[in-house]
Design a protein around this ligand. Structure first.
Ligand code: PMP
Length: 422
């Protein structure tokens, strides 16, 4: 690995994949200081969905930066906030046409929990084992994908209950059995741990992300919706990673017959500018009296909002949701072909361009092999991330602009890596 600059003054907390100093990005590639080119299939962990430095986004940022850098929504309305909220309401489901803007996924999840508590006057939240929702105090408490996100920070905020997530492959069950088991456990939780009258919301990722890239079975989402309706509990979908076309539909939850009460979004929303949002109905949002939630930058910076508007335009005009679906199907079929050749690949799964290859050996997680494959790919200039508590999942999360050629380039390196470690 190349270390080109001194990092003495950077915190030790960043768990870097690559030690090369990156100086430029374009489409699915990033370029190092030494001129090397990497195929970036991390997309900055699901952020640069339109590719690095999409020209439409860059232009919108430049133009807005010359007009106005900041507007505090607690003091005045900005043009960009008005325009973006209107445009965003065209792609959000059902009555979820009212928004609060913030800066990160964690902040948006915090906002969703605060709104749910304010609206229901109930304290508790049910989240799922293996879920990831962020790094702030409340979102750490809601996270159980890996112990590193919680260890050392106790006591965490109270009022969080973890229900089992239907992880059929990991349990060696079929999907139907895992769904019915988890719905039964959910019902038991309401009878034994948190009464419906004390449960404000259920919070779920439509695709378990950091927890291993496991699509939530649609019947499970529908079962949860039903239970929320029966008990006056709000359903919050965390689409921070799965939103904005990533899964081949604009929102991952919409594959099911389900509309959440609060939808949380970030990452792909603004092509890399710090931005997040929650969407809810006007009636629900109105439970917040003026000033009950906010922040200096909780209002959508105009430059960031300009980037978000341009991102939405690029997604729609370049049909990136459809591309994610078509390229995702191609990627899945190629990976399934490799699975036949290399039994170390235990499972291939995913929706759109949110795809996992899970490595197992004799039925056990094969973390070491996973690490070696990741390292081989890095050495051959393909950036891939891992996921899951066992570290035995490689996640495929390329930008939504990828072509067959980009996928073939990555798959060739990956196939060589499999040959090397097998
Ligand atoms: N929710 C999900 C599903 C995520 O994947 C993430 C980030 N990985 C977050 C919340 C937290 O977002 P942020 O890092 O922007 O705070």
């Amino acid at each position: 690995m190349i270390t080109t600059m001194n990092d003495n003054h950077l915190s030790s907390t960043w768990a870097r994949l690559c030690n090369e100093t990156i100086v430029r990005g374009s489409g699915p590639y990033v370029y190092g200081e030494t001129g090397s080119r990497y195929l970036d299939f991390t997309s900055g962990i699901g952020v640069t969905n339109t590719g690095h430095c999409h020209p439409v986004v860059v232009k919108a940022i430049q133009e807005q930066a010359e007009r106005m850098l900041f507007g505090q929504l607690n003091c005045m309305i900005t043009e960009q906030a008005l325009r973006y909220s209107e445009e965003l309401s065209e792609v959000t489901p059902g009555k979820l046409d009212t928004f609060f803007f913030s800066n990160s996924g964690s902040e948006a999840v915090e906002g969703a929990v605060k709104l749910a508590r304010m609206a229901t006057h109930r304290p508790n939240i049910i989240a799922f084992q293996g879920g990831f929702h962020g790094r702030t105090a409340m979102t750490m408490a809601l996270t159980s994908s890996k112990i590193i996100y919680r260890a050392g920070y106790q006591p965490l905020p109270a009022g969080v209950f973890f229900a089992p997530f239907p992880n059929a492959y990991q349990w060696g069950w079929d999907e139907e059995r895992s769904v019915s088991f988890c719905l039964d456990e959910f019902d038991r939780m309401l009878k034994t741990q948190t009464a419906p009258s004390e449960t404000a919301a259920v919070l779920i990722e439509p695709v378990l992300g950091e927890g291993g890239y496991v699509p939530t079975p649609l019947a499970f989402l529908e079962g949860l919706r039903q239970r929320c309706d029966d008990h006056g509990i709000l359903l919050i979908t965390d689409e921070v990673q799965s939103g904005f076309g990533r899964t081949g539909s604009f929102w991952a939850h919409s594959r099911a017959e389900v509309t959440p009460d609060i939808l949380v979004m970030a990452k792909g929303i603004a092509s890399g500018m710090p931005m997040s949002a929650i969407a809810a109905s006007r009636d629900l949002m109105n439970f917040w009296p003026k000033g009950a939630h906010g922040g200096t930058y909780g209002g959508g910076n105009p430059v960031v909002l300009a980037a978000a508007r341009a991102t939405l335009t690029a997604i729609q005009e370049e049909k990136l949701v459809e591309n994610a679906r078509v390229m995702g199907d191609y990627l899945l079929s190629k990976l399934r072909g490799l699975q036949h050749e290399f039994p170390i690949i235990g499972d291939v799964r995913g929706w759109g361009l949110m795809v996992a290859t899970e490595f197992t050996h004799a039925g056990r997680p094969a973390a070491d092999v996973t690490k070696r494959i990741q390292q081989y790919c890095l050495d051959h200039k393909l950036l891939l991330l891992t996921s899951s508590a066992d570290g035995n999942v490689i996640r495929w999360i390329p930008p939504l602009i990828v072509t067959h050629d980009h996928l073939d380039e990555a798959l060739a390196i990956f196939a060589d890596a499999l040959g090397e470690v097998s």
